[in-house]
Structures are given as C-alpha cells and as structure tokens.
Design a protein around this ligand. Structure first.
Ligand code: FE2
Ligand code: FE2
Length: 281
C-alpha cells in the first residue's frame, strides 16, 4: 500500500510515534561516516535511561570484558553504534506504550518478549548466514524489534477495534494480520514498515518488516526477509509443543535459502531459546 493511502486509511486518530531527538540524532550519526563511535556515545550519554541500558549490555557476559565499562562513549566502542541504536529504540518504544499495560485483554509483556526473542534470533541467524545476507546482524536485530510494533501503534490508536481483531483471531484461528486487514484494511506489517521509514532506518529493514508474513516467494528470494520471517516463526512457537517440528521445518528453509547447516541452525535456535529474555524497559 502506498504511504499516502496508508496514512489516509489511518484517519486522524492515529499518529506514528516519533523517536526522541537523541535517538534520531544517533540514527543520523550512524549513517555519517565522519562521525565516530565515541561521538555517538556522547550523544547517547545525554539520555540517562539509554545510558543505563547501554552500560548493562556492554557489561553483560556476552562481551566478556575484564574491566567494567562506566561511560556511554566507551560502551559504544564495545557494542557498536548500531547495537546502541537498537537499545535506544527499545527504550523509546517501551516507554511510549507503557500505558497499554492497563489493557487486560492485551499481553504487552508477551509481545515485548516475542519481539526481543525474534530480534535475538534474527541477529544470530544473520551471523550464521553472513555470506548470503546483505543486511548486517545489528540491522536484522532492529527488524526483529520492530516487526510487530505496528500492533501496538494500531492498538493505541484504535483500541476497541483492535481488541475486536484479537477476539476474531482467537475465535476463528485466523492469523492476526488477516483479522487486522478485515477490520482496518491494512495490518501491522504496513504500519511497521512505515515506522521504519519514518525513523530513517535502512530501506531493507522496512522491506523485511513488510514481508515477514510472506508471501513465501519474498521470504525465499530475499535473504533479509527470510531471516526475519524464520526468526519470527521460531520465536512464535517458543514454549509450545510444535517448537521442535517447526525447528526442523525452518531448518530446511534456512539451509536452502541462507546456506546454514541444519546442525548450526538447531544449535543457534537452542541457544537463543535458553537465553533469559528480560522484559524490555
Ligand atoms: Fe507479525
Ligand atoms: Fe511476530
């Protein structure tokens, strides 16, 4: 759907969330080769919440540092500017939609857990398929983080109608994006892609978000779309009886489309499954 048509479809009761100025400046700085990591860290240091999360990430066992990092400038040189951007976006989104926690019919924590798991899987799959996938793992993480954010954007703007979508989906077993289309004429995929473009993320990020529910041809033909779709499906099945069969099925897709050996795919999926996914925020 064209952006203009999409915005018209939203009507005047919806607005895309704007990123805080600090995060927008970080996004712009990342695309500017003349700006170094330390300088980007100094921008991040202006926001205490972002700084706290960045320090926590840089000091996590994943990076295995001997000496703890205590400044955002140094932390960015450890985790990288794109990972910093992801942390900053994560903080902003969670804060922006915190009030939706009051809705008993919507599992906000469940959604945050799902997107973080999808992001981590997309990052891990991206690392394993680096030769075939043109999008770098940190941008794939951003795809995972934003792929379903359209749900909360619509929910926030059209709460009653969106809750009806949830009821239709659970009553009929239809995928939620089909129920969204039935009610609104568009779904969270178009909204998520629009958001990625508004936030000046790489075009491939928007593209992967837009096609994470298919069609199958897009998933098979574009490696970055394939990575995000596979990560999404695997994360969706986490903790269910069908996880193992889904893992086996997606393993074949990952081998064919991304060149990942089945054993590698299983082990990375298991690693991410076992990871402690803390709530965002
Ligand atoms: Fe989705
Ligand atoms: Fe999803």
């Amino acid at each position: 759907m064209e952006r203009r048509a999409l915005l018209e479809a939203f009507g005047d009761r919806i607005s895309l969330p704007s990123l805080p100025e600090v995060v927008l400046r970080i996004n712009t700085a990342i695309e500017d080769p003349s700006i170094g990591a330390a300088q980007i860290g100094r921008i991040a240091a202006e926001d205490p919440a972002i700084t706290a999360r960045v320090l926590r990430l840089a000091n996590s066992p994943f990076y295995g540092l001997r000496e703890p990092v205590t400044s955002a400038e140094r932390a960015v040189t450890v985790i990288g500017a794109r990972a910093l951007r992801n942390v900053a976006m994560q903080c902003s989104i969670v804060k922006r939609y915190e009030h939706l926690r009051e809705l008993s019919e919507f599992d906000l924590d469940g959604l945050w857990r799902h997107v973080v798991l999808t992001a981590r899987l997309a990052h891990a799959i991206g690392l394993a398929s680096a030769r075939r996938c043109q999008l770098n793992p940190d941008d794939l993480y951003a795809c995972g983080l934003l792929h379903d954010v359209g749900k909360v954007v619509i929910l926030d703007a059209r709460t009653d109608e969106y809750l009806e979508c949830l009821r239709i989906s659970s009553r009929t077993g239809a995928p939620l994006h089909d129920a969204e289309r039935q009610i609104f004429g568009f779904s969270h995929i178009e909204v998520g892609a629009l958001l990625a473009r508004e936030w000046q993320l790489p075009e491939k990020v928007a593209h992967a978000i837009e096609f994470h529910h298919g069609p199958t041809r897009a998933i098979h033909e574009h490696s970055h779309v394939g990575v995000v779709a596979i990560a999404d499906q695997l994360a969706y099945r986490e903790g269910t009886e069908t996880f193992d069969s889904t893992l086996a099925r997606l393993g074949k897709v990952a081998e064919r489309c991304l060149g990942i050996a089945p054993a590698t795919f299983s082990s990375l999926a298991e690693t991410v499954r076992g990871a402690d996914v803390e709530a965002l925020g």
